[in-house]
Design a protein around this ligand. Structure first.
Ligand code: ZN
Ligand code: ZN
Length: 347
């Protein structure tokens, strides 16, 4: 049996969709579980949110051989109603990296601390990952007095150059001076590599700064370990485009490889076949069909994200894995393929 549970908090509905099953019977609904009998075995499907227990709940047969169960959820928390602004601001932000309590960002491959209180004494947040674009724009249009946050960065330093020991935190990378990382990493050609194991940790910006990719590190904090998945980089960029200019279409590029992504819904709950519950997720439609991509790009504004091969491959693999777990009737919309991604959480 394959299934999908989709929870839409704004209309307080959960839909359970079953396929590849023969004469399933609904045995029981509990606040956070649905029990289904097929032949002589019972499958327990976990729900992403508590449902109201009503009489007369029934499985109904859909048009493509699937079975459906529609449930009403208890009132959802208010912050869920706020759509994109309710989404976590990011992962490993300035707030998550507290100098007083201590933390270490270590090389994924050899565990060497790359960033810690031994080489960092100041942390600042980049206002936006589109900073470079803004700087370019401001080159000819100075920001207005009154935009305090912007003035801090532009007039204060006139460029985006951190001090030695200062960590600038972006959505999915950090910016530092090479001198801050002199014992941890070295610039080889245009790549930033770990001094101990030689693995690539980042690259060099046009200003000569070290750009350290978050997905090449893991975070140790309060005796806990946290990872930043390469696909979170893509998801964060998509959410930023949505927050910044209401853009829901993004084209992901690596060399000649492209995927067009459509951020369809935000902050919904999902349970995938196999039992993985995504309490906070996004629904994304995607396509690699060049004719469709051309049509959409001709018709509208599309955000572009250029990534390296490792990010592109990790993202593609993740969305295809999720897509393959979906029941047939939930797999797409016209030429679009469907998938869900979990919204990151931070330690
Ligand atoms: Zn290393
Ligand atoms: Zn498909």
């Amino acid at each position: 049996m394959r299934y999908l549970v989709e929870y839409l908090p704004r209309i307080k509905k959960i839909t359970v969709i079953l396929d590849e099953c023969v004469e399933p019977r609904l045995v029981q609904v509990k606040p956070l579980e649905v029990h289904i009998r097929e032949n002589n075995s019972i499958s327990i499907i976990k729900l992403p949110y508590e449902v109201e227990l009503q009489d007369s709940l029934q499985l109904t047969e859909g048009t493509q051989g699937e079975y459906l169960l529609r449930l009403r959820t208890l009132a959802s928390p208010l912050e869920k109603m706020n759509d994109v602004m309710s989404v976590p601001a990011g992962k490993w932000t300035k707030k998550d990296l507290n100098l007083e309590n201590g933390f270490e960002l270590n090389c994924l491959k050899c565990n060497t601390p790359v960033i810690s209180t031994s080489n960092i004494n100041k942390i600042n947040e980049l206002p936006s990952e589109f900073w470079m674009e803004l700087m370019d724009y401001w080159h000819c249009h100075k920001p207005q007095v009154g935009d305090n946050e912007l003035l801090d960065y532009s007039v204060g330093r006139n460029t985006l150059i951190p001090l030695t020991g200062e960590l600038l935190v972006g959505n999915s990378f950090f910016l530092l001076l090479p001198s801050t990382l002199q014992r941890q990493a070295a610039m080889k050609h245009e790549e930033l590599t770990c001094l101990k194991c030689n693995s690539i940790l980042g690259d060099r910006t046009t200003e000569g700064l070290c750009r350290l990719y978050k997905w090449k590190l893991y975070l140790r904090k309060n005796d806990e370990t946290d990872y930043f998945k390469p696909e979170d980089h893509v998801l964060l960029s998509m959410l930023e485009a949505l927050k910044g200019n209401s853009e829901r279409y993004t084209i992901l590029k690596w060399e000649e490889n492209v995927i067009l992504l459509w951020l369809f819904s935000i902050d919904i709950g999902v349970t995938l076949s196999g039992g993985k519950v995504l309490k906070r997720a996004v629904k994304i439609f995607y396509t690699s069909d060049l004719a469709v991509i051309k049509k959409i790009c001709d018709e509208r504004q599309v955000e572009e994200i250029k990534v390296n091969g490792d990010v592109f491959d990790a993202f593609k693999k993740t969305i295809e894995n999720v897509h393959d777990m979906l029941p047939q009737c939930s797999r797409g919309l016209g030429q679009w393929e469907a998938c869900y991604l979990e919204l990151f959480s931070s330690l």
